[in-house]
Design a protein around this ligand. Structure first.
Ligand code: GTR
Length: 397
């Protein structure tokens, strides 16, 4: 068994590893270093954190700042005006069961404006207000101009279960490309962020997009925005987690196979590493995150501290056995250790008991949950089904 140390902060130096591809990455548990992880319940000044007010006043802001400055970059909250326009551009693929609202959301700041688009389906049956699921989709938008069969997004199934559901494509907020990610809302609305070592990057921009969608839901008479779920797969799972850490309006956050820089512990260096992700996707994370390429042990935090930023709201992770690049065990440890804020500070019944290797099925607890399934990297109906069981368990309890 690997040793796991929890200390207030850790600065260890190990010999640098070369940049890794999926083929050359480490998949050997024996080569995973002993983990030295910061203790969520000891402040930077060494104070023991035991109560909700100590957590919310001292420790949570410290951890939030570390993620903001060292990992994801800022998500600016200010703007001058937001407006919504429902347009009709695309045929509704599900006219029998759902109404479609294609919504242009226009945000203005300092005399400039950016318009993003959400595609929003509401059940035809029932009066509402409906719980709402938002998926951040990173695949190129509107294949063939149709909204049916959008990847990862099982609209008819969700509608039949009584949810309203929306999606937006990352590129309507910020393109997913290293040389043009700033050409969306970043350069238009927040140009001062460009070049800052902790400035807004693509993951934060997509999270900002989710917040603007929430602005729309909050004023919508048919939406119960208190019953809201933010979902992301893989890169947008990372974005969803950071968005939810920034915006307490999300009741549930579901990150599927979000891997390195999302659910998984960076210090394990298993599968995708900080150096590998920063080199392939230099536009996703804060520039500061590059400091830890091949030096994960120098990170003053790890991803086990992320669920605590969302607590006591619900957070759910999932993995796939065939997705070793995302490090399923590291994802599990991220939520297992991260759930301690829900259980020890907020008193939720959220103690993750089983060891990863002994898991026999989904772990569905009060406000935190996890599953791992067979198969490869993907967001499948099986994932949605298990997540929705977790949702039912938590709302109906
Ligand atoms: C991979 C990347 C992962 C993950 C994935 C995805 O290439 O290495 O971190 O985000 O893409 O988004 O599908």
């Amino acid at each position: 068994m690997k040793k796991l140390h929890l200390i207030a902060s850790a600065f260890l130096l190990l010999s640098p590893l070369k940049s890794m591809s999926q083929n050359t990455a480490n998949y050997d548990e024996n080569k995973v270093p002993d983990l030295i992880l910061s203790d969520p319940f000891v402040s930077e000044k060494g104070k023991l954190i035991q109560t909700v007010s100590e957590w919310e006043k001292f420790r949570r802001p410290e951890i939030f700042r570390l993620f903001q400055d060292e990992v994801y970059g800022q998500i600016p909250k200010d703007f001058d005006k937001i407006s919504f326009e429902v347009i009709s551009e695309t045929a509704n693929p599900y006219p029998e069961i759902a109404d479609l609202e294609e919504v242009n959301i226009t945000v203005e700041r300092n005399g400039k404006s950016h318009t993003m688009r959400i595609n929003f389906f509401l059940p035809k049956t029932g009066k509402g207000p409906f719980p709402v699921i938002l998926l951040i989709n990173y695949l190129p938008k509107y294949p063939d101009g149709k909204l049916a069969d959008e990847a990862f997004w099982p609209v008819p199934e969700l509608i039949k279960k009584g949810f309203a559901t929306a999606s937006f494509h990352a590129e309507t907020v910020a393109p997913d490309l290293a040389d043009s990610f700033q050409n969306g809302m970043i350069s238009t609305l927040y140009p001062e962020q460009i070049g800052q070592a902790n400035g807004l990057k693509a993951l934060g921009a997509w999270g900002w997009g989710a917040m603007r969608a929430m602005d729309y839901f909050q004023q919508h008479p048919k939406v119960d925005s208190k019953k809201s779920i933010l979902v992301g797969h893989s890169r947008t799972g990372k974005a969803a987690l950071w968005a939810s850490a920034n915006d307490p309006r999300w009741a549930f956050t579901y990150a599927n196979e979000s891997g390195c820089g999302g659910a998984a512990l960076s210090k394990r260096k298993y599968g995708e590493t900080v150096g590998a992700i920063n080199r392939r996707f230099p536009h996703w994370f804060a520039d500061n995150f590059q400091k830890y390429n091949e030096k994960e042990e120098q990170l003053p935090l790890d991803q086990h501290l992320l669920p605590g930023l969302i607590a006591p709201r619900a957070v759910y992770y999932s993995s796939a056995k065939g997705d070793q690049w995302a490090d399923p065990k590291g994802e599990y440890l991220g939520i297992q250790l991260g759930s301690r804020v829900a259980s020890e500070i907020y008193g939720k019944k959220a103690v993750f008991e089983p060891e990863f290797e002994a898991l026999e099925g989904p772990v569905h607890l009060e406000s935190v949950g996890y599953h791992i399934r067979e198969g490869k990297h993907d967001l499948t109906w099986k994932d949605w089904e298990l997540f929705l069981e977790f949702w039912d368990f938590n709302w109906k309890r």
